[in-house]
Design a protein around this ligand. Structure first.
Ligand code: G1P
Length: 302
């Protein structure tokens, strides 16, 4: 199975940094954001390749994932084995590239990967968000297997004032992931049968307050539907709209997740918070980080 990561955006929220560095290569601690997403994508069994949908303006992403034997050798000669291993690791991940020449929306970006995904189900992982323990797509794959290979998306409750920023689902809860009793249909682990999807609805038109988190396991039929998908919200070809059409032909399920299971890097504030979260977990970084925060900030942390 292939996993697709759309990465052709302009990164305008991170200007001026993204004037010459693609936002996907901004580091969280010492690793580019997109490498966390690639490693997450490779976690479910059966995923053997990650396809990055890139723009021609950002050749640095492809360079990053290439082998750099010369640099690696230099590091080894200087006794920097750990660093050389890290350079080799980045160059040996099973990543390929397709190019989106015109930014026409998420649906169009996913369609660009069709020559690689071909006639198989595939994952889509949006690159502004990564799940450190890499377990979300694994659970989605399990749900899909339970329902005969159906498409499965991750969803989570969203406050009413943020509904219009996301794709929102309609449907009904049909059980829980691990068979446990749920106190509410929107609890983490709830599994929904999806009956509708709408991209960026006004809150009064939203069929629920469950938003699409950015992790999708889709059947190959979606690629054919994307080929004829017209523009939707924001004048873009929306993946959500093609998924709505897919519902006419196939069943689809949604797994309710805790969005805090993952780390958001989509805005400078979210990116800074994600760095803080991972800094606290990293034994090498944590002491200096805590010291720099100072006592005042530490009190606020408690
Ligand atoms: C995209 C999807 C939307 C989803 C969101 C998650 O929107 O179209 O359905 O809820 O990602 O981040 P975008 O953020 O590209 O506007």
């Amino acid at each position: 199975m292939k996993a697709v990561i759309p990465a052709a955006g302009l990164g305008t929220r991170f200007l001026p940094a993204t004037k010459s560095t693609p936002k996907e290569l901004l580091p969280v601690i010492n690793k580019p954001v997109i490498q966390y997403v690639v490693e997450e994508a490779l976690e479910p069994s059966g995923v053997d390749e990650v396809v990055i949908v890139n723009s021609r303006e950002k050749p640095q992403i492809e360079s990053y994932f290439k082998v750099d034997g010369g640099f690696e050798d230099t590091l080894r000669r200087r006794g920097k084995q750990q660093e050389a291993d890290a350079v080799r690791e980045a160059g040996s991940l099973p990543v390929s590239f397709v190019y989106q020449d015109d930014p026409r929306g998420l649906g169009h970006a996913v369609l660009c990967a069709k020559p690689v995904t071909q006639d198989e189900p595939f994952l889509v992982l949006l690159g502004d968000y990564f799940v450190p323990d890499r377990a979300m797509c694994v659970r989605m794959k399990e749900v899909s297997e339970r329902y005969g290979g159906a498409s499965v998306i991750a969803v989570a409750p969203v406050p009413a004032d943020q509904v219009s920023r996301y794709g929102i689902i309609a449907g009904e809860c049909v059980g829980s992931f691990d068979g446990s009793r749920l106190s509410s249909d929107e609890d983490e682990g709830a599994v929904w049968k999806v009956t509708g999807l709408v991209e960026k609805p006004a809150v009064e038109d939203a069929p629920s307050h469950l938003f699409i988190v950015g992790r999708y396991l889709l059947t190959p039929r979606i690629m054919e539907l994307l080929q004829t998908q017209g523009v939707g919200a924001g004048g873009e070809i929306q993946l959500t709209d093609a998924m709505q059409r897919l519902l006419d032909e196939e069943d689809m399920y949604a797994l309710v997740v805790d969005p805090d299971e993952g780390c958001d890097t989509g805005t400078p504030a979210a990116w800074a918070a994600t760095n803080a979260r991972l800094a606290l977990r990293d034994p090498e970084v944590r002491p200096a980080f805590l010291e720099a925060l100072g006592e005042q900030a530490l009190k606020q942390l408690k």
